[in-house]
Design a protein around this ligand. Structure first.
Ligand SMILES: [Zn+2]
Length: 402
């Protein structure tokens, strides 16, 4: 309001003065008034002195002040180092749209042929690449992240320092080639968390059951063992593919193992019955005396017969009638005799002091065929007796009724 009052006072005093002025003074006053009114109306109608900015000869913007021009050029230069030839020319314009320094710098960059409007790639605060193809660089970033995945595991990877892809202007000469981009991304450390599920076999236990109702040497698997299956879930932490932490999250039984059950006989034979009772197979006791059974079938050492301890020189008797098929000497058996009883049944008598029969002789049940001894691989006088069925040695116990 104060300003308007001042203007009002000035106009009134001006009119007062003009009234009292002479002719020439009046003309000058009117002339000045007309020029002032013209200037005011020019300004009011939007006529200005502005500046036309060209880059490499192309008009890119109009600015209101030279300071805007200077700032715009500086900003553009700072960003890319090298810009096109920028010129400024004053022009009179009417209601022109003018650019600010920031808009001008962008227009300069967009109109410089050697400048690319692309992306900069940063690892943390460090710029590692200028690229023009965003999808291509994102593919490289994902490739780097997934390069440490473990096959068959659920993996999540992330960079230790943030990897960013943001818009940026740069010179064509600064464009990073794919190999350099890969090499620079390879310097970005990656932490991978992998959840791995593994199935594995669990062995079965063997349970031994001893029974005196079976003779020593009796071994039978009554329940076959079955392996079990477990499933474990582990979480691994990898730093650039190297395991730095391993944690088992769970271990679950999918299939329980089945124990193997083995029955082992511990029973001792009754000698009286052994000597006196003829067996179901029609065998008799192979000695003239009872003797002492010192080792059973098996006996924890793959013993394939039974041993009966008797004094050296005790008569060894044929358990059944038959033919002598072998009567000889071997380093392990010492002096031995093999009888063939027909129907695939044979018997052997070993560690003898002397054989009495020869190959081809016919013998009857209870006939003396040899004298017991301690020859061959033997640790004391005894008879080693075997039953051979169709070429296979079997436990003689049943044949002897023990
Ligand atoms: Zn033996």
């Amino acid at each position: 309001m104060e300003g308007l009052i001042i203007i009002q006072d000035a106009v009134i005093s001006f009119i007062e003065r003009v009234k009292t002025a002479n002719r020439i003074q009046k003309l000058v006053a009117y002339g000045v008034t007309v020029i002032l009114l013209m200037v005011i109306s020019f300004i009011a109608s939007g006529v200005r002195i502005t500046y036309n900015i060209t880059v490499d000869g192309n008009t890119v913007a109009t600015v209101a002040k030279t300071s805007v021009f200077k700032q715009g050029v500086k900003t553009a230069n700072d960003l890319v180092g090298e810009i096109g030839e920028v010129e400024i020319k004053p022009v009179i314009t009417v209601n022109a749209d003018t650019a600010d320094a920031e808009q001008l710098s962008r227009l300069i960059l967009e109109n410089t042929a050697s400048v690319i409007n692309g992306f900069e790639v940063k690892v943390g605060d460090e710029r590692v690449a200028y690229v023009s193809d965003k999808a291509a660089v994102e593919a490289e970033i994902n490739a780097r992240l997934s390069s440490f995945n473990i096959e068959g595991a659920e993996c999540v990877s992330e960079f230790v320092k943030k990897v960013s892809v943001t818009n940026a202007y740069f010179n064509k000469s600064q464009l990073t080639d794919t190999e350099t981009l890969k090499a620079n991304l390879a310097k970005a450390d990656v932490v991978t968390t992998a959840r791995k599920t593994t199935k594995y076999t669990v062995p079965f236990d063997t349970v031994t059951k001893k029974t005196s109702s079976k003779l020593a040497g009796y071994v039978k698997v009554t329940t076959s063992g079955v392996k079990g299956t477990n499933q474990k879930v582990e979480e691994l932490t990898l730093y650039n593919g190297e395991i730095i932490n391993q944690n088992q999250l769970s271990d679950e039984v999918l299939v329980y193992p089945v124990n193997e059950v083995v029955v082992i006989g511990t029973g001792k034979a009754s000698y009286t019955s052994a000597v006196q009772n003829a067996s179901a197979q029609g065998f008799r006791w192979p000695l003239a005396v009872k003797g002492t059974i010192t080792s059973y079938w098996g006996d924890g050492r793959n013993h394939q017969g039974i041993d009966v301890g008797v004094p050296s020189g005790t008569s060894i008797l044929a358990v059944k009638g038959g033919t002598v098929v072998e009567a000889g000497y071997k380093s392990d058996y010492g002096y031995y005799v093999i009888l063939d009883h027909g129907n695939g049944v044979k018997t052997r008598y070993a560690h003898n002091k002397a054989n009495i029969v020869s190959a081809g002789d016919r013998v009857s049940a209870g006939q003396v065929i040899a004298l017991s001894g301690n020859t061959g691989r033997s640790t004391g006088p005894h008879l080693h007796f075997e039953v051979i069925i169709n070429g296979q040695r079997v436990n003689p116990a049943a044949y002897l009724g023990i």
